[in-house]
Ligand binder design. Structure first.
Ligand code: XMP
Length: 510
């Protein structure tokens, strides 16, 4: 196992994913983990992540000094590179210029980290500060014009560091650099394989829950469906699934989810129709955060009532959650400096239900969950579905929500999704959806004036949803989608395509 210490890098999860892609399990731990805790894990190597902080800044995240003396190989990345230098009392100072983006380095010595990598190399930098001098006993392995010590190492001390980011795809040989550390230096073994994981996970669930019964909140999304498939394989009919239909789903979603669960042979699957309750509570509400809160609270209420009903008949001991690895790390790290942009709605255990929690996907990244799902026999359509937010269409109908608006948006969304699948764009897009704007505009149809709704189409690509890029359609595809929408949805006479990145926009509209 490789341990990654989190100093707050925006690329934190990328580091872990790259290591796992190499076939070695990677675990993220807080930067201030003790050497005692680390020792217990017996990692083959430690990676220090980057950070937005300056090593010399007040309150900057530090690492316990004993960790440098454990004789476990360390790879410092960006801030991690500076931390290593700082440990040897080398001054870290602001560079003359910042380096953000693609920069070339020159490999000056192959050392251990640049085995098989020579000369000029494209890399990705994101820093102001630089290491001013080489610590004693280190050799410089790479340089760049504005960052003289771009990489360094000390084989005796098993310390290696790079100022750039090998985990980012723009560092052309980044994966090889990480592999040189993981295999060449740490001698880690390739033992992490998602494919062989389903059997182990099923066994673990069986041991953990025995003959007890488990409740699961199904959302139709990838994570909860994979959890359902997995647990069902472990405990069969002791799994009870509840799907709360808040009426803000895509068209026919309830029918689709029924089909999926039927195919999985899950007998105890209940759909709770709470459409009217949600619609009533949302009547006249326009403020986005208020909408989100109402939906979150109502959802928990409905789920709680249902959970209690089932518990009266069956003795339920466990509540399963589709928590995945980034959720777990983020909630552990949310001490929380970050500004609250939106209150996300996810199904966590309602307070009044006293169950034990089981989270079988808690160590997996999304792409690993998908691989697991395929291994469990789930259809590709289900596994590669775009994400759909908990509050559903409520955050895509700007302003107040009515049943008429829901129907309009569902009709538009259905056309949009069908066309994306037909054109082949669906699988290249991370997330696409339509939003209904809270305004009407004038148009002309068959020589007559119209005054109808405007819809905005969004399609983004992203690795981690922290940033997102808008998708570049072929014009012909947009023309087709737009004319189909205005021809088939009579309440809409104008279609816009959203070309805003995140940031400054978010993916969803509210
Ligand atoms: P934003 O709009 O924050 O969206 O850029 C990033 C990703 O999160 C999804 N999203 C949610 N997912 N519950 C969820 O489970 C929520 O309340 C929620 N709000 C946004 C959004 O669809 C996108 O994939």
């Amino acid at each position: 196992m490789i341990v990654i210490l989190n100093f707050g890098s925006q690329y934190l999860h990328l580091i872990a994913r790259r290591v796992r892609e190499l076939g070695v399990y990677a675990e993220i731990l807080p930067h201030n983990v003790s050497s005692k805790q680390l020792k217990k894990l017996k990692p083959d190597g430690i990676i220090f992540s980057g950070s937005p902080a300056s090593v010399y800044g007040k309150g900057s995240p530090q690492v316990k000094k004993e960790i440098f003396k454990m004789s476990i190989p360390i790879l410092g990345i960006c801030y991690g590179h500076q931390l290593i230098a700082d440990f040897f009392n080398i001054k870290i100072e602001p560079g003359k210029v910042g380096r953000f983006g693609r920069y070339f380095i020159k490999v000056t010595k192959q050392g251990k980290i640049f085995q098989g990598i020579k000369g000029k190399q494209q890399t990705w930098f994101s820093n102001y500060d630089i290491v001013s001098k080489l610590p004693k006993g280190f050799i410089r392995t790479a340089t760049s014009p504005s960052c003289p010590i771009a990489a360094m190492e000390n084989t005796n001390k098993k310390m290696y560091s790079v100022q750039f980011h090998p985990e980012v795809v723009h560092t052309k040989r980044g994966k090889d650099i990480l592999a040189n550390f993981v295999f060449g230096v740490c001698k880690a073994k390739k033992t992490w394989k998602v494919k062989s994981l389903s059997r182990d996970l099923i066994e673990q669930i069986k041991i953990q829950v025995g003959d007890n019964k488990i409740l699961l909140g199904s959302s139709g999304g990838v994570d909860s469906t994979v959890v359902a498939a997995l647990i069902h394989k472990a405990v069969g009919d002791n799994l009870y699934c509840v799907f709360v239909d808040h009426g803000l789903m895509r068209k026919n979603e309830t029918v689709e989810i029924r089909k999926i669960y039927k195919k999985l042979n899950i007998k105890n699957f209940k759909v709770v129709n709470a459409r009217n309750l949600f619609l009533n509570r949302l009547k006249g509400v326009t403020e986005p955060e208020k909408k989100r809160k109402i939906i979150g609270h109502t959802f928990i209420k409905v789920f709680e009532t249902e959970g209690k009903k089932i518990s009266k008949k069956e003795h339920i001991k466990y509540f399963a959650q589709g928590t995945i690895y980034p959720d777990r790390i983020e909630s552990a790290a949310s001490s929380n400096k970050a500004d609250k942009i939106k209150s996300h709605h996810n199904l966590t255990l309602p307070e009044k239900l006293h169950f034990k929690i089981i989270e079988p996907l808690q160590d997996l990244y999304k792409d690993e969950v998908r691989e697991l799902g395929l291994d469990l026999g789930l259809d590709k359509d289900v596994i590669y579905r775009h994400p759909f937010p908990g509050p559903g269409l409520a955050v895509r109908i700007l302003g107040n929500i009515t049943s008429q608006k829901i129907k309009i948006l569902q009709a538009v969304d259905e056309i949009y999704m069908k066309e994306l699948k037909k054109s082949g764009d669906y699988s290249n897009i991370t997330q696409a959806f339509a939003a209904l704007l809270p305004a009407k505009s004038v148009g002309v149809m068959g020589d007559a004036r119209t005054y109808k709704y405007i819809v905005s189409l969004r399609a983004v690509t992203t690795e981690d949803f922290m940033t997102a890029d808008w998708y570049k359609f072929k014009y012909e595809t947009l023309i087709k989608i737009s004319s189909k929408i205005v021809n088939e949805v009579k309440e809409v006479n104008r279609v816009l395509y959203d070309i805003t990145q995140k940031p400054p926009a978010t993916v969803e509209y509210e």
